[in-house]
Design a protein around this ligand. Sequence first.
Ligand code: C2E
Ligand code: MG
Ligand code: MG
Ligand code: MG
Length: 275
Amino acid sequence: EARAINGSGWTRFDPAASDRITRWREMERELWRALERNEISVTYQPQVALKDRRLIGVEALVRWNHPQLGQISPGDFVQIAEANGFVEKLGQWVLWRACDDAMSWAEPITVAVNVSPLQFTRGDVVSDVAQALAQSNLPPDRLQLEITESTFLDQSGDLVRKLNDLKALGVTLALDDFGTGYSSFGYLAKFPLDKLKLDQMFVRNLTDSASSQAIIRSVRSLCEGLSITMICEGVETEAQRAFLAEIGCEQGQGYLFGRPQDNDAIRDMIGSGRL
Ligand code: C2E
Ligand code: MG
Ligand code: MG
Ligand code: MG
């Protein structure tokens, strides 16, 4: 049996963990080359008005098509990109790509782009957004930035000022994955948020869970009181859509309305007025 030593003495050496570390190191190196090699792309998922399914925007979701491993989900590589310092470059590129693609659509719908907390601290998200808007000519109100609650933890870089600078550029701000993090109501009052995205875990068991229903209703009235738009993630069934529309939740996103698709497919969908 293989063994390795740690601070407190002998411990079992776990070959699976060692493989994971090797794989992680490899991916850290490969990510830097992935952009130049055109392995990174952006897909777009519809966001709709829940009452009539009208398309109101899309969310940009990054993909890595790895030569050996195939499609890697951002859930698996954004963390690596955050650890190796690549995420600032990646974030900048996704912003530019999304703004440019949005200019090719026949309707002036919004494009929502996920922003890593590290783009606020190590990167310069305000100047990246300003440049993406200037280069693409996209009207600023068509760009929405999705931030998570973890962004609020590191406030050393004067976060409130940066968020206000972004708002001054004319873009809108959404709080992503609400309900899974710290969910302090203080954030909702302190930061200039336009939209709250309720995490998909609440929608998943909505139709047979009284507690999920209660949570969704109370988040709904919170948004109403604060004049913040509410969008629900992970809407997969008509029963879920109907419940959410019934309680007055404005928007939804999920497989019921469409999967993430490449820009050609999204452009065709928008042009043909489908959905
Ligand atoms: P997110 O921003 O919360 O995005 C929603 C995720 O839910 C996406 O996963 C989407 O494909 C998935 N999804 C959408 N509808 C449904 C549904 O009906 N059912 C289920 N089960 N899932 C659904 P994806 O594309 O794998 O992205 C995962 C996460 O990676 C995103 O979560 C976001 O946090 C992060 N991410 C994606 N693109 C970027 C990016 O460009 N930059 C950064 N920093 N993070 C990104
Ligand atoms: Mg998001
Ligand atoms: Mg989310
Ligand atoms: Mg999520």
